[in-house]
Design a protein around this ligand. Sequence first.
Ligand SMILES: NC(=O)c1ccc[n+]([C@@H]2O[C@H](COP(=O)([O-])OP(=O)(O)OC[C@H]3O[C@@H](n4cnc5c(N)ncnc54)[C@H](OP(=O)(O)O)[C@@H]3O)[C@@H](O)[C@H]2O)c1
Length: 278
Amino acid sequence: MILVTGATGNIGRNVVTRLLNHGRPVRALTLDTAREAGLPDGVEVVTGDMCEPRVLAAALRDVRRVFLFPVFGVFDQVLSACVAAKVEQVVLLSSAVVTFPEPGWLGREQARLETAVRESGLGWAFVRPTYLMANDLNWAPRLAATGAVTGAYGDAALAPVDERDVAAVAAHLLTNRLTGCTFELTGPQALSQVERVRIIGEVTGRSARFDETSAGQAARELREWVPEPAVEQLLSILRSARDRPHRVLDTVRTLIGEPPHTYAQWVAHHRDRFLAPA
Ligand SMILES: NC(=O)c1ccc[n+]([C@@H]2O[C@H](COP(=O)([O-])OP(=O)(O)OC[C@H]3O[C@@H](n4cnc5c(N)ncnc54)[C@H](OP(=O)(O)O)[C@@H]3O)[C@@H](O)[C@H]2O)c1
């Protein structure tokens, strides 16, 4: 049995689907029952908070492999529960920010989790996405309402990756029982915010514009969906990407033999979200 935590999230949901498509027995741990409905048939669901040892013990019964969503603050007890349950492999959802020159709060937290997993004695593998395309779903309501989004450093090029590709790599590591390895994941293109909004307009057939604003104004808007300690960090990542566009890695194709989704393919996959009435 493979346990997927964070199973109703952008990435976790796709890990569940991918593992089921590989014919694997999957158990999903979700926090919110309502959303549980969105999970495919054939997955065994455990509902509850990862922070609760009772919930965790039930979720880990007869489990040998775990996709580990990084819930900060309770992670050490999640790990000890995995050790107690004699789990053989954990695939941790980490982040490429641990490798950045300025890892900041997020990078330090994720690095701490990676160290804890390495020192746990469990078989481990880490997936480190750079920037998730799913972040741009936060633009959808504003684009639907006004046809425009604002932000700073519009020309800074990141290499966003589709949540389905992160999930495909995680599922590959779980089904092939790979351990002792770390994979940094990017999408197939380095794209600025201006270019991404243009592609959203092209794919949705709606007018879409990116309006440059000050870093202060951008920070105020980012606070709507970015944890406070990471707001300044995201702006500094964008600032440095203006001079040094993020590099594109071929990890997804190399590992799973499939080309990663382009940004236009990702927008098409979430077309309804971008066309949803304001
Ligand atoms: N955003 C980026 O650009 C980026 C870049 C690199 C790495 N990452 C990593 O990716 C993660 C985000 O992944 P995502 O987009 O798939 O996440 P997401 O969509 O926000 O989903 C979070 C999932 O975790 C579950 N969850 C949260 N707290 C829980 C708890 N206490 N007990 C049980 N389940 C809990 C949620 O359950 P409910 O749905 O039931 O609430 C949900 O399934 C980040 O945390 C970071 O580590 C992100």
